[in-house]
Design a protein around this ligand. Structure first.
Ligand SMILES: Nc1ncnc2c1ncn2[C@@H]1O[C@H](COP(=O)(O)OP(=O)(O)OP(=O)(O)O)[C@@H](O)[C@H]1O
Ligand SMILES: [Mg+2]
Length: 258
């Protein structure tokens, strides 16, 4: 099972959009079994899929705060065949406080998913912060994908995440933990965006995705309707970019790149 997290401490870099649409692509187009877990109290995975997250049964917070619960107790099917979900909502805000005094609070999520079977992909969406929740996510996965919005502070954010990943990798003896891809998002045809892209290329080399996600209003509209791009407008330029990037995620697995 491939375990991937979409991570960036910066807000609004396309994490949720990619987590939802890549997951749905793998399930719909490739017939793979995917479990998508929302680790953001904003609950936007559910919202992007048209689910009322205030009233949706058990959430990831229930899973993490009740020692008796296993993932299978909180998983719900989505309307997309092959795509299962663990939803989040505001309750998850309490997670860092709830677990802070427990033994190994950083490994709560990893422990819950150890031994999970029946999926080809386990995908996590992350909150825009670098606290205990994000450390839990980093320790629960093997691969990290960083979506980077091409704005002036993008590189700052990237360096901070890479530092955090390196320090988690050292402190928790996870030398295999790696950034597998950096995906440029919100590209505009400006000199600044091109310069930032060039710097990302210097810094991340082959890990930089070939696909650059441009602004495309159909992507935003799809989410406002609670639909994936594959359901809302599969022929749009937005769908084309998300399809290409999903294929890249898939190809990365085949390469087994380290
Ligand atoms: N390529 C795009 N073109 C137009 N709008 C987009 C595109 N990608 C994402 N959006 C929209 O931008 C907003 C932010 O995207 P998204 O929620 O995926 O970011 P995020 O990194 O998950 O944010 P947060 O850090 O708050 O969780 C959403 O409203 C989404 O619909
Ligand atoms: Mg998000």
């Amino acid at each position: 099972m491939r375990k991937i997290a979409f991570v960036n401490e910066k807000g609004g870099t396309c994490k949720t959009t990619l987590a939802v649409n890549v997951s749905a692509f793998l399930a719909l187009e490739k017939r793979l079994r995917v479990l998508l877990v929302d680790m953001d109290p904003q609950g936007q995975v559910g919202k992007a899929l048209g689910i009322d997250v205030r009233d949706c049964g058990r959430t990831v917070h229930d899973l993490l705060s009740d020692p008796k619960l296993r993932p299978t107790d909180v998983i719900q099917p989505s309307r997309i065949s092959g795509l299962d979900l663990i939803i989040s909502n505001k309750a998850l805000i309490d997670f860092p406080v709830t677990v802070a005094r427990e033994v190994a609070p950083e490994r709560k999520l990893q422990q819950k998913f150890d031994g999970l079977e029946g999926y080809d992909y386990l995908i996590f969406d992350s909150p825009p912060s670098l606290g205990l929740t994000t450390i839990n996510i980093l320790l629960a996965v093997d691969e990290i994908i960083i979506p980077v919005a091409l704005t002036y502070f993008a590189l700052d954010g990237c360096c901070e995440i890479v530092e955090t990943i390196n320090s988690v990798s050292e402190s928790f003896e996870r030398p295999d933990l790696r950034v597998s891809m950096v995906i440029p998002t919100f590209y505009r045809n400006t000199r600044l965006a091109d310069e930032i892209l060039e710097k990302l290329k210097e810094h991340f080399g082959g890990k930089l995705a070939r696909t650059v996600i441009r602004y495309n209003v159909r992507i935003d509209e799809a989410q406002s309707h609670g639909l994936t791009i594959w359901e809302y407008d599969p022929a749009s330029a937005g769908a084309e970019m998300l399809r290409e990037v999903s294929q890249e995620v898939l190809r990365n697995a085949k390469k087994g790149s380290r």
